[in-house]
Ligand binder design. Sequence first.
Ligand code: AMP
Ligand code: ZN
Ligand code: FE
Ligand code: FE
Length: 314
Amino acid sequence: MPVDLHAHTTASDGSLSPTQLVARAKEVGLSAIGVTDHDTIGGWDEALRAGAELGIHIAAGVELSTSYEGGRFHLLGYYIHPGSDLMQTLARIQAARADRNVEIFANLRELGLPLEEDEVRAIAGPDAQLGRPHFARAMIARGYVATTQEAFDRYLADGKPAYATKAVLTPQDAIRGIHEAGGVSVWAHPPLNRNFSLDELTDKVGEWRDWGLDGLETFYSRYTPEEAEWARAMCARFDLLESGGSDFHGASKPDIQVGVTHTGGPVPDAVLDAIKARRSPKLFSMPTKRAALPSCSQCRQSVPPCDAPGARRR
Ligand code: AMP
Ligand code: ZN
Ligand code: FE
Ligand code: FE
């Protein structure tokens, strides 16, 4: 059965809980769902439990915010080890996000569009890491804008008056960190960086591949036919893995559905098989607190569990 390797939950700026997301994946006939929240693995535990219950494989990942040559780029890391040093990096990014949210509140206040932290928190839910889509929804509730897109276009997008920066990583750092954590690195939706032409992005794909990039998204809900064609050509030319998914968020992007990419359908399961085959069973740098690490009951190494029958976290 096919898969969708890019989706968000209430751990970041999605509106479905991890359990609800996994249930949705099952409803639409997927065998696996990527849980790829922004800069956090906070949705993993719940998703893995729901996945075990419903028989849905969780492609456990994270969508890292990076910054390079004046652009913002998202790097997906799949099957990163939760005991790796990358977790400290995530903590640093989360701290930078908290500082940045303070700046966004101040910028909005200065623009005459005040929001209280409590109202944004109420929209995001208690466990979420706040992101701009939550601000956008609070702005809609206040009547400042009509849609999330309007909130981004007028205020929140990169370069707009309420924008504040957060990235503490370069793509090179992110790729290295993902590999040291035993994971697989995938450049998310490269053509969505509209500040760069496809020719400029082509140069970057070559450069990032030299840094160890494993793959890029060739399936994506918002690709045009030309962008999808470009992405596939990049994989062929640079021998990269194909990946992708819907980038489902729920309420903040209501036009995007679980299991629906630019093709109108989900991602073939062979794509996931190739990503799984690229995982590293071992960490390159072992964590300091090893006792705390969960592991797979069958192979005793990989987290989330390997594909052996009866494998579970222990
Ligand atoms: P943040 O985590 O605060 O950087 O917000 C990231 C989310 O905002 C992602 O879901 C993006 O798709 C969304 N986003 C970023 N830029 C835009 C934009 N220009 N228009 C609409 N959504 C955007
Ligand atoms: Zn998001
Ligand atoms: Fe993204
Ligand atoms: Fe995403």
